[in-house]
Write a protein that binds this ligand. Structure first.
Ligand code: CTP
Ligand code: MG
Length: 382
């Protein structure tokens, strides 16, 4: 039997209790919509993803999520939205996860534990959390009819996992339920509850949205981000052109052609830093068309890059750069170059290495210099 997984994400609600002017799934959380979060978190386990969008928002959802996601029009209730999505599930999928867009931060790891349990033979698996409040049943006049034993209660979350055949059968019922497991229970099938997670919380009110926002920020704090950058310049035909490399001046060496001082090491580091912070690249930040940066030194570009990286909320953990070329000989001045680059970056750790390329390529033929750099950034706690 195949063990592929289809993911259904009901997102067809309007989010009345949240009170935004747009459907709840399109509300922003930490720079992305709720539906984008939900899709991103479940995509790693999914062979197929079907999203039920509110009527009229199908194209918006498709644009946002891309062509690999199947978008259908949601129904009047969550149950109807799931039923419509079920019709699109491919038969190659052995299992189906149903996951509310209203729980955007539920982790991939939770989805994987649900699937592990299905693969081990369970037919229906749902995440549940212990409840903090004592729960009582009341009658129409608000008199308590029963006090439930708290230790035996679970607040259930999504994603909920089922074998495809079971879920399809369960949904032949006309009942309207708040979760899919309810329909499965009604058929007398065992539903297994596994440990849920705080972050799979449901966003219903503005207060919930603020709580989720805090969770996203906590995730971003101390996050590591790696970036890579390269640069290359040809040695100049002009014998008077001076060489700047690794933030230092090299006397008696012919320099390279290029916009600015042509310091390939500094430029590669700038690109690595900008990439790590998702800030674009040298060209998009300090384009040749901007007179402000014409003739800018490598050190100036590094300092300006550092300012931008910091403004985006990052600190530099370390930078490594490798210079590729036949000349100049880096070894004797390696420490000097590291120090200069580090100073330009506010004292960050910068290591400099160098290599030749065995006579191969433009660097091996002595026609120019190149450099490759990596940078590791840490998200500064806010
Ligand atoms: N849902 C759906 N189709 C509906 C109603 C709800 O697909 N007709 C989805 C919602 O988009 C949500 C999930 O079911 O992802 C759980 O519903 P809920 O949290 O109640 O969301 P809304 O119905 O949008 O919110 P409200 O009840 O406050 O209007
Ligand atoms: Mg609702």
């Amino acid at each position: 039997m195949s063990d592929l997984v289809a993911v259904i994400i009901p997102a067809g609600g309007s989010g009345e209790r949240l009170g935004a002017k747009i459907p709840k799934a399109l509300v922003q959380l930490g720079g992305k919509t709720l539906i984008e979060h939900a899709v991103a978190n479940l995509a790693p386990v999914a062979n197929q993803i079907i999203v039920a969008a509110p009527a009229g928002y199908e194209a918006t959802f498709q644009d946002l999520l891309g062509s690999e996601i199947t978008i259908i029009t949601g129904g009047l209730t969550r149950t109807l939205s799931v039923k419509r999505a079920l019709a699109e599930v491919g038969k190659e999928n052995a299992f189906i996860l149903v996951h509310d867009a209203a729980r955007p931060l539920a982790s991939t790891e939770l989805a994987m534990r649900i699937i592990d349990s299905l693969r081990a033979g369970e037919k229906a698996v749902i995440p549940g959390m212990p409840v903090a409040d004592t729960i009582k049943r009341v009658d129409e006049d608000n008199y308590v009819t029963k006090t439930l034993t708290r230790s035996k209660l679970r607040a259930v979350q999504t994603p909920q996992g089922f074998t495809r055949k079971l879920l399809i059968k369960a949904h032949t019922s006309p009942d309207d339920v708040t979760d899919d497991a309810g329909l499965v229970e009604d058929r007398g099938v065992d539903v297994k509850v596994i440990a849920g997670e705080e972050r799979a919380m449901k966003i219903t009110t503005m207060h919930d949205l603020a709580t989720a926002e805090r969770m996203v920020i906590a995730q971003l704090d101390n996050q590591m981000r790696v970036g890579i950058g390269t640069d290359a310049h040809a040695f100049s035909e002009d014998p008077t052109r001076s060489l700047w490399l690794g933030g230092i001046f090299w006397p008696n060496q012919v320099g390279v052609d290029g916009h600015s001082d042509g310091d390939v090491a500094a430029h590669a580091i700038c690109d690595a830093l900008l990439a790590a912070a998702s800030l674009g690249d040298l060209g998009s930040n300090f384009g040749t068309s901007d007179p402000k940066y014409a003739g800018a030194s490598g050190s100036q570009l590094l300092a300006e890059t550092l300012t931008r990286v910091k403004a985006a909320g990052y600190t530099i953990n370390n930078v490594a750069v490798q210079i590729v070329g036949n000349r100049p000989k880096i070894g004797p001045r390696r420490a000097e170059a590291s120090f200069a680059l580090s100073q330009a970056l506010g004292g960050a750790s910068v290591s400099v290495s160098a290599t030749t390329t065995d006579g191969l390529g433009f660097t091996g033929e002595g026609r120019g210099l190149s450099a490759i750099a990596t940078a590791l950034l840490l998200r500064s706690p806010r």
